[in-house]
Design a protein around this ligand. Structure first.
Ligand SMILES: [Zn+2]
Ligand SMILES: [Zn+2]
Length: 84
């Protein structure tokens, strides 16, 4: 089964859908998306975290169905996020 980005509700109309994109790290609304080097869908990041990700300052991980900063504890699932 393909992983699902639960932070992105694809059932919403396009305008709302775009507004609901949130940075995987800080939760700020953003329309910036970064491709990741894996089978996973593009990740939404705010401009600040997007720049950090591109300059390798930020490591992303995959929690239970969503992106998060790797090696930090997910506040939703209360688990340490595995790096990609
Ligand atoms: Zn951010
Ligand atoms: Zn989580």
């Amino acid at each position: 089964m393909a992983p699902v980005d639960y932070l992105t509700d694809v059932s919403l109309p396009v305008a709302t859908y775009e507004r609901t994109h949130r940075c995987a790290v800080c939760g700020r609304t953003s329309s910036d998306r970064e491709e990741v080097e894996s089978e996973l869908p593009p990740v939404t990041l705010c401009p600040g975290h997007s720049a950090q990700y591109r300059s390798d300052w930020l490591m992303l991980g995959w929690c239970n169905g969503h992106y998060a900063e790797a090696l930090k504890r997910c506040p939703v699932h209360n688990c340490v996020v595995e790096p990609l």
